[in-house]
Design a protein around this ligand. Structure first.
Ligand code: HAM
Length: 422
């Protein structure tokens, strides 16, 4: 019997994990610069949280959740996204009482959605996201968008497109909703079963339907922008003004609909325009959710955030053939000629490692030639060969592999020598 990873999941093995660490390092560094400290919430939450938070009518809640009953009979769900959990935590920890609002937080962790697996779409994927809860300053919207863009830029991506839209406030959405129902109602029989349900539950989601994407009625549907009231229009104009000041390029797309129910006002997505990236071009999605905290039992606390998966970021890097700047070389490899040399080698590498020098030796019983080859494969910067002579002299030649130059160094000086040549 052989086992494979479950469909839609993957192992991140050595050789790959260095890339993940590099990306996570960029994310963590930028979160420190922008002041979005990390929050860690549980991998599972009560199912009700996502139903309320993400929205009963969304695909995520209706079709994609990994929901199970625990032994105590509670319905729990593996988190399909991070925002609802963080809003819960904001309320549970009474963060609304903090003197500094918005409370800014970031997270990196696995999310779970039972989706059809394809390139760029996994059932377990890792999202990096940020949330700023407790302010409706449009400058925060611009800050969050700039931060998302900067992650991609610092990773080395060039072919990016930022699309923004405004969904307005509740009044706007209600008026638009009525207009959409009026528009689609007479022809709803032409649409898929899901859209027929969406007509009543959330007609905005019809615009986003993958099955009916080609239907003319989608292109001619009333645009939400036409329904923006003065307050919403002015808010959107301010967000754009801040983005202009920051020099962040964007395209306004009135058809940008996000798949989760909590959004209002600003929504945005970042796409890869790289050739060969594949059918799914969205790298990152986010937006404002001014009613979410109230929806789950907290006081009025407007928020905004985004999330991006590391999987898609790496695919975009591949499509653009960007090599990450990964330093993973071994400082030193010790070749041991026999058992007594091996004893000394083990003692020496322990003292090197204690000083932060990356050192390795052979555990496969290889002869000298095999050990030299291993040192090469491991990209060792220096190599020391230990044999009888070295043990007698208490000193060894340190070979700098790039040039082949050697220098004789007493054992007791090796640590200092290597540290000063690192
Ligand atoms: P979302 O659009 O559902 O938004 O997901 C955001 C990002 O997560 C996507 O753009 C994509 O990078 C990644 N993603 C989603 N599903 C998958 C998948 N099956 N495989 C690989 N990557 C995936 C949210 O999750 C919101 N919580 C974002 C947000 C935060 N809005 C406000 N704050």
């Amino acid at each position: 019997m052989s086992f494979k990873v479950p469909r839609g999941t993957q192992d991140i093995v050595p050789g790959q994990s260095e890339k993940w660490q590099k990306i996570e390092e960029i994310m963590r560094r930028l979160c420190n610069v922008y002041r979005y400290p990390e929050i860690r919430t549980p991998i599972f939450e009560s199912t009700e949280l996502f139903k309320r938070g993400v929205g009963d009518s969304t695909d995520v809640v209706q079709k994609e959740m990994y929901t199970f009953e625990d032994r105590g009979g509670r319905s729990l769900t593996l988190r399909p996204e991070g925002t609802a959990s963080i809003a819960r935590s904001y309320v549970e920890h009474k963060m609304f009482g903090h003197p500094d609002q918005p409370v800014k937080m970031s997270y990196i962790g696995p999310m779970f959605r039972y989706e059809r697996s394809q390139k760029g779409r996994f059932r377990q994927f890792v999202q990096f996201g940020v949330e700023a809860i407790g302010s409706k300053d449009p400058a925060v919207d611009a800050e969050v968008i700039e931060l998302a863009m900067r992650v991609y830029q610092e990773a080395g991506l060039k072919n990016l497109k930022l699309v923004i839209n405004s969904l307005g406030d509740k009044e706007v959405r209600d008026a638009h909703r009525e207009a959409l129902i009026e528009h689609f109602q007479p022809h709803i029989a032409e649409f898929c079963g899901d859209c027929q349900k969406r007509l009543e539950q959330n007609p905005l989601r019809i615009l986003d339907c993958k099955v009916d994407a080609e239907n003319q009625l989608i292109a001619t549907a009333p645009k939400l922008t036409a329904y923006l009231n003065e307050e919403s229009a002015s808010y959107f104009a301010q967000v754009k003004a801040y983005l202009d000041v920051l020099g962040v390029d964007y395209v306004v797309d009135a058809n940008l609909v996000r798949g989760l129910d909590y959004y209002n006002h600003t929504t945005f997505e970042i796409m890869s325009t790289a050739e060969g990236f594949g059918a799914i071009t969205t790298l990152c999605g986010g937006g404002r959710y001014n009613g979410l905290v109230e929806e789950i039992g907290g006081p009025e606390s407007p928020g905004i955030g985004f999330a991006m998966s590391i999987e898609r970021l790496l695919l975009a890097l591949e499509a653009e053939e960007v090599e990450l700047d990964i330093h993973n070389e071994l400082d030193l490899y010790i070749v041991a000629m026999d058992d007594s040399a091996k004893l000394k080698a083990v003692e020496l590498i322990s003292s090197f490692r204690a000083k932060g020098i990356a050192a390795d030796i052979d555990y496969a019983g290889r002869k000298m030639k095999g050990q030299m080859k291993a040192a090469d494969r491991l990209n060792a910067k220096y190599v020391i060969v230990l044999g009888d002579t070295e043990l007698q002299e208490d000193a060894a030649n340190v070979k700098f592999m790039a040039t082949g130059e050697q220098e004789k160094v007493p054992f007791h000086d090796l640590v200092n020598y290597l540290l000063s040549h690192k």
